[in-house]
Write a protein that binds this ligand. Sequence first.
Ligand code: A2P
Length: 348
Amino acid sequence: KEYVVAILGATGAVGHRMIEQLAASSIPVKQVKLLASARSAGKQMQFRDQMLTVEETTPASFEGVDLVLSSAGGATSKRFLPEAVKRGAVCVDNTSYFRMDPTVPLVVPEVNPEALAHHQGIIANPNCSTIQMVVALEPIRQAFGLKQVIVSTYQAASGAGQSALNEFKDQAQAYLNGEEMQAEILPTKGDKRHYPLAFNLLPQIDVLEENGYSHEEWKMIHETKKIMFGDMNSPAVKVTATCVRVPVAIGHGESVYFTVEDETATAEQIRAVLAQAPGVVVQDDLANQVYPQPLQAEGKGDTFVGRIRPDYENPGAFNMWIVADNLLKGAALNAVQNAEELVKRGLI
Ligand code: A2P
């Protein structure tokens, strides 16, 4: 079978990469429809050797569509994905809108591909920071048991979309020109106050909640539990997070402190487990100053792990440093990998 695939949000930072990743995938594609807002209707974009015209999204856009890859914001997913499902499409959604719905599988193919079998038309792609963390933690959990995770993130501007990335670059330019930096989007679209990211650090990603956490931090906690243990409130692992936007264009970094059940585990054993793990590349050679960096991870599909070392004060506790391209493994690539798994398992 060949599939008619719609990319919802095709003109965005993730949408662009969904087009590229679909083109490079094993999915047999009969036809591609590029969907965005009315602002982009008529725009030309390339899929393989074809030039395609972007269309304004309406419910009728999903007529005859088998597979939807979407990354056009939560409100757009809320509005259109039920329309697509009604018309028989299976949707892999990169927004957070459906992630905590118990009927919606939240899937990283290296970790919980079996959850795809329960889908009812929508599969959620996790948050970019969660994906790269669970790709590295799951093999450790399988080998040694996982008790607790304390993560601090160093997240790139592109995670907030193309317009945020443009804003960050304009700020950097303005700063170097001695001009005033303009801030209208970051830390998060729609919030009351905006601050420059260039030459700065913003400890707010997504909206701030009354419990003292940002929504991004909340997502890392509950998505990790749902992906690893099938329940967003699972007590099987303790997770806490601090999420920070840093002046990097592409590539999220994460400092992850974790404790394992097997207190005899060594950093050497963890390195060996990760070296065999799907989707992981270990870059951990201190003698040669080898460790993961966003500039080196950009454009790559792997999750890079390094600086693996024990907490010498606490048996069974370790630190590590994880980097991945937030637009690829953190978004477009993971979505396409989920779609490939759906095809492979006969679930579309
Ligand atoms: P458009 O370019 O027409 O605004 P990013 O995450 O990089 O900001 O991209 C967001 C994507 O979501 C863009 O492709 C954008 O299209 C699309 N989008 C935003 N609002 C809507 C909407 N109401 N209907 C369809 N697509 C939308």
